[in-house]
Design a protein around this ligand. Structure first.
Ligand code: Q9C
Ligand code: ZN
Length: 314
């Protein structure tokens, strides 16, 4: 499996978030992706640099005003400054820094490079995107996300066939759901923590099924805090059945590893060896698959989690 990675994510380095009116240390750290790449470097998987793509791909999912706003704000800041914007936001956890635009665009390039690989060679690719993307809506940032990497890759792939998105991050991908909510050529399926007690709070309930032409093409599987391997696997099997029924040309996996038992902001009890099983179960669909990195904040173990997942997949 090809891994797509670039050091350009390092320039986005948020120090703190505003949580319930207090400044607290930011968990979406550059060390996350460095932990994963360090672990994969010893493997047989080739590591590729992303290509450069036009900003037009970002505009295919996000409004021009929103993208230009992030670019302009980011460009106006000094190194080390961070700004919590008042517009185009879902929350106060997602600051803009001088390096944010460049890093977020690089994450999109990683996802698009992976998407191109799976389209042309019908293979599997892993895009090491950072910052993550699945909370970002058409014109709103939030949940540490600016541009929706998985959605932009999906939009690109959807020109060539139908796409299923399987979102296994601990949090509901409100942004991805929002972007494809009225589409019948893109199926969004998500397993995540019960939104009545965990971020993003406003969406991720099982009653959200899509709208218009997209009715029936959005499926949410919220699970209680404390969910363990066996309970998780039952739900995972259900999502795989949904995807088989849809029979897509491509699969995009929004892979967050904040479901891990020791994750500092998660609340599930998924254990290390189980990531191999999750990888193997998803790979059993035998689809050209793009894996897009989302969350996962236990920095020390993150590399090993990703390696297990990839090992199970291949
Ligand atoms: N201090 C992703 O995993 N929660 N985003 C903030 C914790 C926000 C997570 C409260 C969680 C967003 C991509
Ligand atoms: Zn998450």
């Amino acid at each position: 499996m090809n891994v797509v990675y670039s050091r350009d994510h390092l320039i986005h380095n948020p120090q703190w978030e505003i949580f319930q009116g207090e400044r607290i240390p930011h968990v979406e750290r550059p060390e996350r992706i460095e932990s994963i790449i360090a672990s994969l470097k010893g493997s047989k998987h080739p590591i590729l640099s992303p290509g450069q793509f036009s900003t037009r791909y970002i505009y295919s999912v996000h409004t021009k005003n929103y993208v230009d706003y992030i670019k302009r704000l980011s460009g106006s800041l000094q190194e080390g400054q961070s700004l919590y914007p008042s517009y185009y936001i879902l929350d106060t956890y997602t600051p803009i820094l001088s390096g944010t635009y460049k890093a977020a665009k690089n994450a999109v390039n990683c996802a698009l490079t992976g998407a191109q690989l799976i389209r042309k060679e019908q293979q599997i690719a892993y895009a090491l995107c950072r910052p993550p993307g699945h909370h970002s809506e058409k014109d709103r940032l939030g949940g540490y996300c600016y541009f929706n990497n998985a959605a932009i890759a999906t939009e690109y792939l959807s020109q060539f066939g139908t796409v299923a998105i399987l979102d296994i991050d601990f949090h509901h991908g409100n942004g991805t759901q929002h972007i494809f909510y009225n589409r019948s050529d893109v199926l969004y399926v998500s397993i995540h923590a019960d939104p009545s007690v965990r971020y993003p709070y406003i969406s991720g309930f099982s009653s959200e099924n899509g709208t218009g032409e997209g009715l029936g093409f959005n499926k949410n599987y919220p699970l209680p805090l404390g969910t363990r391997n066996d309970g998780y696997r039952k739900t995972l099997q259900r999502t795989l059945t949904d995807i088989k029924k849809f029979s897509p040309s491509f699969l995009v996996v929004s892979a967050g590893f904040d479901t891990y038992i020791n994750d500092p902001i998660g609340g599930f009890n998924i254990t290390m060896p189980f990531y191999k099983i999750i990888g193997r179960d998803i790979a059993s669909l035998r689809l050209p698959t793009l894996i897009v990195q989302e969350g996962g904040y236990e920095i020390t173990d993150l590399g090993e989690i990703a390696s297990n997942f990839i090992e199970g997949f291949t």
